[in-house]
Design a protein around this ligand. Structure first.
Ligand code: AMP
Ligand code: GLY
Length: 424
């Protein structure tokens, strides 16, 4: 059986790595893939990104099914196109992907269906947006409506920053169409967690809990990034909280989409803020898995993932039971010089050790050029370690990290600190 994973990041490397472990998987194509997927003999990079051309490739190669990693092809309708052509694919349609591709769609949806989230208003008029800020005061959060590759959210601590963010999006059009409308919402305090499930249109299968570290620097300081590390499970997601999130957020979302005439299929990721009393609110939806959350989650997943995806496509996720490695998996992102502003490319990467039972290195911004492994993006690698405790997983990871080097390499030394704090 041949499979296809669409995308080129660490998330896609981890998905393809897991799918390739399925005994019946002959080959997993990754389009376009990266330097890590190029090196793995069970994976094969395909230099195609255009959806029609991908569909042609899948037909020609008789690929059994396709899994889509990133949001952009989903928002562009790759699932609609594949289904029209009778090709099996796991992901949301363009319409369903609006939960991520339009913040205004997601907020209006949550309001309509009583799903807990921060209070908000949407604006396209500059003066009205500024007036609303004056009325609400800081801290306050300004979000571009559309997809802005992680640059669309400003958590403003002062009114000055808030006004500047509104000007940046609505007056100066710095984010183009994505920022032509803005959602302004109340600032929520608490701890974040990533709650990711698989949905087949009707049934919901939760994946293991996880937590991401979005800030560049130790102690959750510095600018927001795509994510500098993640671990699974996240002890903040207790069984009680898990049940509440399913009941108050996930199931109403899937049912609400269905009653709005949009069947949701694919991974669904609710970014949660959990307040000091343990009440969860939805910060955002993503219509895909998280990156880097996928890397520790896949490292813990046992069994044949290709069968799980097949059941998801067939609409029979209610018959699937996932089993998880009981150990904690902890992933640390190694980022390029000057990430996140203007990451440098072309640095030679050395020392990545072979995979073991305890540690695996997933690639993201890497290329294999003339046999040389070079950096080619902001987040270069994600090293995942597994151990019985969070601290144990940290030592495995950082031991591995110490063997890897490239010029300008930067990473956080405290991934997992909240889980450790919580366990005392
Ligand atoms: P988003 O892309 O919506 O996840 O936003 C990026 C990050 O901004 C989140 O992971 C949070 O850290 C932060 N954020 C978003 N919305 C809020 C909010 N209403 N209150 C506090 N922080 C927020
Ligand atoms: N790790 C955050 C995200 O994938 O959006």
């Amino acid at each position: 059986m041949k499979l296809l994973v669409v995308g080129s990041g660490g998330r896609e490397h981890a998905l393809a790595w897991k799918l390739a472990q399925a005994p019946r998987a002959q080959l997993v194509y990754v389009a376009p893939g990266n330097g890590g997927t190029a090196q793995d003999e069970r994976l094969l990079n395909v230099d195609i990104t255009e959806p029609e051309a991908l569909a042609d490739f899948v037909e020609k190669e008789q690929v059994a099914f396709t899994v889509v990693g990133p949001e952009a092809p989903l928002a562009a309708g790759i699932v609609n196109l594949f289904r029209q052509r009778g090709l099996k694919i796991f992901g949301p349609t363009r319409e369903a992907a609006q939960l991520e591709s339009s913040k205004d769609f997601a907020k209006a949806f949550m309001k309509r269906h009583g799903i807990p989230t921060a209070e908000y208003e949407t604006f396209s008029e500059l003066a009205a947006a500024h007036a609303y800020l004056e009325q609400k005061g800081a801290p306050i959060v300004i979000k571009a409506d559309g997809l802005a590759a992680g640059k669309g959210v400003v958590v403003a601590q002062t009114l000055e920053e808030a006004h500047a963010a509104v000007d940046m999006m609505l007056a100066d059009n710095k984010l183009g169409d994505a920022g032509a409308r803005v959602v302004i919402e109340a600032f929520l305090e608490g701890e974040e967690a990533s709650f990711i499930v698989m949905v087949d249109g009707k049934h919901v299968l939760p994946l293991a809990s996880s937590q991401d570290h979005k800030r560049l620097l130790d102690g959750d300081q510095g600018p927001n990034t795509g994510g500098m590390g993640a671990y699974s499970p996240a002890p903040i997601v207790t069984p009680q909280l898990h049940a509440r999130v399913m009941r108050e957020i996930i199931l109403p979302t899937v049912r609400g989409m269905e009653s709005d005439g949009i069947r949701y299929t694919g991974f669904l990721y609710a970014g949660l803020m959990i307040d000091a009393q343990g009440n969860p609110k939805t910060l955002e939806f993503n219509c895909r898995m998280g990156d880097p959350e996928t890397q520790p989650i896949m490292a813990r997943l046992k069994g044949d993932f290709s069968k799980v995806i097949e059941q998801a496509i067939a609409g029979t996720l209610d018959t699937v039971e996932l089993t998880w490695d009981r150990r904690t998996a902890l992933g640390v992102v190694l980022a390029a010089h000057n990430y996140p502003e203007t990451p440098r490319k072309g640095d030679r990467i050395n020392g990545i050790p072979a995979e073991t039972e305890e540690a695996v290195t997933f690639h993201a911004g890497t290329t294999l050029t003339d046999g040389k492994l070079l950096t080619s993006g902001g987040r270069v690698l994600c090293v995942v370690g597994l151990s019985d405790s969070v601290r144990g997983a940290q030592s495995v990871v950082y031991e591995t990290v110490n063997q890897i080097s490239f010029d300008g390499m930067q990473y956080r030394r405290d991934i997992g600190h909240r889980a450790i704090g919580r366990k005392h």
